[in-house]
Structure formats: C-alpha cells, structure tokens
Design a protein around this ligand. Structure first.
Ligand code: THU
Length: 135
C-alpha cells in the first residue's frame, strides 16, 4: 500500500504532544489516515475521576466517525512518559475492540518506537474477536 508512513507517524506525534495526562504523565497520540488522504488525530484525555479517561485511539476514531467517516486506511500510534517515545505503545484492549468495529482486520497499524515504527494489524492484536458478524 502506498502512503506516507513517516508523515502519519509525525501526525500521531503532534497529537501526542496535546495529551491531557496530568495523572499518568503518559502521553499518547493517534492518527488515522482516510482513503482520500484526510488525517484524523487525537490524544489521550484524562480526568480527576480516573475512570473517565479516554485513550488517544478512541478520541481520534470518534472524531472521524462523528464526521461521517468510515474509510479508514491506516493508523499510526505513539506514546511514552511525557511524550518521550522509547518502546512501542500498543493499543489497549478497549481500543482494540473499538477498532474492530470500524477497521479492516488487515489495516496497517504503525506503532512508533525510538528509532522508527513497528507494523501490525488487528488480525494479530485481536485474534478470535467478537464482532458484529457474530451477532
Ligand atoms: N492510553 C492511550 O491513550 N492509549 C492506549 O492504548 C493505552 C493507554 C492512555 C490512557 C491513559 O491516559 C494513559 O495512556 C496511561 O494509561
């Protein structure tokens, strides 16, 4: 697939720096590339009532869905303490389930590392998933 992977990682990093994470100090950014080249990005948003926190992946995907978009082509993620990206920050279980609702199993998910990125897919992150096809 042909798209600017480094550019999508850069968009995730830019979003990560907008994280509101005063409790964990762990900043996360997500950027979804749409089929027409539009990027929807988002950060994690925490709350004094800790359980009300929202992950970056869901902030960004809900932005896109609420704008009427479903044409997800790729996702880039990055995260680390105070935005220092060291090791790969993979999506949490809740976000994997939300991704499973809207994204293809083979959509590329780029996860930033210190020096570059790793590539994975939902098929790998959420095998034997429960989805709308199971209802
Ligand atoms: N976080 C995300 O934004 N995405 C993930 O997939 C993992 C965790 C956020 C939630 C919380 O604000 C902080 O990282 C520490 O868990």
């Amino acid at each position: 697939m042909n798209y600017d992977r480094e550019g999508l990682i850069a968009a995730a990093k830019e979003a990560m720096m907008k994280a509101y994470a005063p409790y964990s100090n762990f900043y996360v950014g997500a950027a979804y590339l749409m089929e027409d080249g539009t990027i929807y990005s988002g950060c994690n948003i925490e709350n004094a009532s800790y359980g009300a926190a929202n992950c970056a992946e869901r902030t960004a995907i809900f932005k896109a869905i609420s704008e009427g978009r479903r044409d997800f082509k790729a996702l880039a993620l990055c995260g680390g303490p105070k935005g220092e990206v060291d090791k790969a920050c993979y999506p949490c279980g809740i976000c994997r389930q939300v991704l499973n609702e809207f994204c293809d199993k083979d959509m590329e998910i780029l996860v930033a590392t210190k020096d570059g990125y790793e590539v994975t897919h939902l098929a790998e992150l959420l095998p034997h998933s429960f989805s709308k096809e199971d209802l």
